[in-house]
Write a protein that binds this ligand. Structure first.
Ligand SMILES: [Zn+2]
Length: 324
C-alpha cells in the first residue's frame, strides 16, 4: 500500500445519515427559534432557557471541567445532577466525549486528533462528530489514561443505559412538560424543546473543540507562545491557554477566563459548600514560571506542570481551611 493510501485508511468514514440529521437539526432548530420568539407562551420561553442553561452545565462544568479535566471536586448529588443535565443535552455519553476530548488534548493538531483544527472550522465543529472511528482508534485509546473515569459509577451508569435514559430524560420529559402543564401546542413543544434545544446544545458542545478557531490567534498551534504569553500576563481574552492549563477550573469554553455563566455557577456552588478543591493558576506561580521559562531551556508546557503542582497544593490548603 502506498503512503497516501495508508494515511487514507487510517481515517474514519463519513456517516451520511448523521450529516442528514444535522441538516434537519439546523433547519428545524431555526424554525423552532422563530416559533420561540413569536408563537410560544412566556412559560415555554422561560422553560426552554432553563433547560438550555442546565443542559449546558452538564456539558461545560460536568463533562468538560469535572470529568475530562478534574478541575474541581464535588458532592455526589451535584455529580448526579450533572449526569442528568448532560443527558438532557443529547450529545452522547460522557464516557465517549471525555475519551475523545482527552485524545484531542494529547494529540492536538495531528492526524490522531479527531478534532484537528488544521482541517478547518467545518470539520472541527461539525463533520468530526459524524465520522466513524478510524481503524487505529483502539491503539490511540490505549495511550489515554481513563482510570479515573472507569472508577466513576455515575459515568458508568449513564454509559450503560444511555439510550433509555436519553429517551426519558432527554426527549419525553422536557417535550411533554409544556404541553402537559401549561397548554403549549405539541408542535411548538417538539420544535422548540426538541429541535431548537438540541441545535443550541449540540453547537455549544461542538464549540468546545472548534473554539480556538474562533477565539485563538494561532489556532493551529497547541502552545503558541505569543497567544499564551498575552494570556499569562493579562489573564484575559480567550487564547490557547486551555491547552496549557487544562486543569484550571476558571478556563471557560467560550472565550473568557474567570467569568461567564458556567464559571459563575461553580463559584455559587463553592459558596454554598458543594464544590471544593478548585485548581487554578495563581499570578505568583505564573510569574515564577515565566521567569523560569526565560532563564532555563525547559519548554513552557513542562514548566506549567510545576504550576499545576502548586495549584493542587493551594486547592488542598483552601479546602482544609474551609473545614476547620
Ligand atoms: Zn479541555
Amino acid at each position: 500500500m502506498s503512503e497516501p493510501e495508508k494515511a487514507e485508511s487510517e481515517k474514519g468514514e463519513m456517516q451520511w445519515h448523521i450529516i442528514l440529521w444535522y441538516i434537519h437539526l439546523y433547519a428545524l432548530g431555526l424554525y423552532g427559534a422563530y416559533l420561540l420568539l413569536f408563537y410560544t407562551s412566556w412559560m415555554t420561553v422561560f422553560f426552554t432557557l432553563l433547560i438550555i442553561y442546565i443542559g449546558g452545565l452538564g456539558v461545560t462544568i460536568g463533562a468538560h471541567r469535572l470529568w475530562a479535566h478534574q478541575t474541581y471536586e464535588t458532592v455526589w448529588y451535584v455529580r448526579l445532577f450533572l449526569v442528568i443535565t448532560h443527558t438532557l443535552a443529547g450529545v452522547g455519553p460522557i464516557y465517549e466525549w471525555v475519551l475523545a476530548h482527552r485524545i484531542h488534548h494529547k494529540y492536538y493538531g495531528t492526524e490522531k486528533d479527531p478534532f484537528n483544527p488544521n482541517k478547518g472550522f467545518l470539520h472541527c465543529h461539525l463533520i468530526a462528530n459524524a465520522m466513524t472511528k478510524p481503524p487505529n482508534y483502539e491503539q490511540t485509546v490505549k495511550a489515554i489514561d481513563m482510570r479515573d473515569i472507569h472508577l466513576d459509577g455515575y459515568v458508568w451508569f449513564q454509559n450503560k443505559f444511555y439510550w433509555p435514559l436519553f429517551l426519558i430524560i432527554g426527549i419525553l420529559l422536557p417535550i411533554n412538560a409544556p404541553a402537559e402543564y401549561w397548554g403549549e401546542s405539541i408542535v411548538n413543544s417538539v420544535l422548540v424543546l426538541g429541535f431548537f434545544r438540541f441545535a443550541v446544545l449540540s453547537n455549544m458542545t461542538w464549540l468546545i473543540h472548534s473554539g480556538t478557531l474562533i477565539w485563538g490567534l494561532k489556532p493551529h498551534e497547541k502552545y503558541p507562545p505569543d497567544d499564551n504569553i498575552v494570556f499569562l500576563i493579562n489573564k484575559s481574552y480567550w487564547l490557547n491557554y486551555h491547552y496549557l492549563l487544562p486543569w484550571d477550573w476558571k478556563c471557560s469554553e467560550y472565550g473568557s477566563y474567570d467569568r461567564g455563566w458556567a464559571t459563575n455557577t461553580i463559584k455559587i456552588l463553592n459558596i454554598i459548600g458543594l464544590v471544593n478543591r478548585m485548581k487554578t493558576a495563581s499570578s505568583e506561580s505564573i510569574r515564577d514560571a515565566l521567569f523560569k521559562a526565560s532563564t532555563s531551556k525547559k519548554p513552557l508546557n513542562e514548566i506549567m506542570d510545576e504550576v499545576k503542582e502548586i495549584a493542587s497544593v493551594e486547592a488542598d490548603k483552601i479546602n482544609l481551611h474551609y473545614h476547620h
